[in-house]
Design a protein. Sequence first.
Length: 110
Amino acid sequence: MIIGLVVNVLALLAVSYIIPGFVVADLQTAIVAAIVIGVINTFIKPVVQLIALPISFLTLGIFAFIVNVLLLMLAAHLVPGFEIESFLTAIIASIVLTLTSSFLGKLAKA
């Protein structure tokens, strides 16, 4: 669990460095944001995805990706010092964050 948190913190910091408009103020903000994103993904995301399942089915899964983007924006709204400038920034950041987290996670297990 600690390794997962460290991976997510590093991924958030990397994405904030790469994507303009995706701002993580400092390390403490990144830690809090990673925890909030983890809580959102654990408790809120399954409920929202279940409710949005018919729309996701009709859009061939694209709406499930939009749910991820919206939940990332929710986390940014909840955590002071963690800001996402626009919806387009959130879309790009979500893709880069997923890829970065996957890469760092596999690197950590190796």
